[in-house]
Write a protein that binds this ligand. Structure first.
Ligand code: 5GP
Length: 120
């Protein structure tokens, strides 16, 4: 995983529909779409439509608090929509040690199988 360069990412092209994605939820602030390399029977990402400095969670500022809350709430609603009644995992990879590869904040929601803890 590389460090944040601040450059636009592939997610900007997904937001603008320049490249296709399986979008499963969208509102004015957030987009949810299926991960291209799923780590479980269900694996989707929830992202802010406007990155606004939120390349990664560790860059969060006071002004981002409502958006951060919204993203987590959307994650729960879409998980319900996806039928994950037995539970799921929500992950945010941050920075090189967190194995972040796309520098546009995103929540991973993974479910449909038994997860393990602690993670590797
Ligand atoms: P990270 O490693 O930054 O936490 O997660 C980035 C995620 O984005 C990965 O799980 C990867 O599979 C997913 N991803 C990368 N490029 C694309 C893409 O073009 N389309 C979709 N749907 N997912 C992508």
């Amino acid at each position: 995983a590389q460090a944040d360069s601040g450059a636009p990412t592939i997610f900007d092209k997904i937001i603008s529909k320049e490249i296709p994605a399986q979008v499963i939820y969208e509102d004015e602030e957030a987009l949810a779409f299926r991960d291209i390399n799923p780590q479980g029977p269900v694996h989707f990402l929830v992202i802010p439509k406007v990155r606004n400095g939120l390349t990664q969670l560790s860059k969060a500022k006071e002004e981002h608090k409502p958006l951060l809350g919204h993203l987590l709430y959307v994650a729960a609603q879409v998980a319900k929509q996806e039928g994950l009644s037995q539970g799921y995992r929500v992950v945010v990879n941050d920075g090189p040690n967190g194995c972040q590869s796309v520098y546009h904040l995103h929540l991973h929601i993974i479910g449909g199988r038994q997860m393990n803890w602690p993670p590797g």
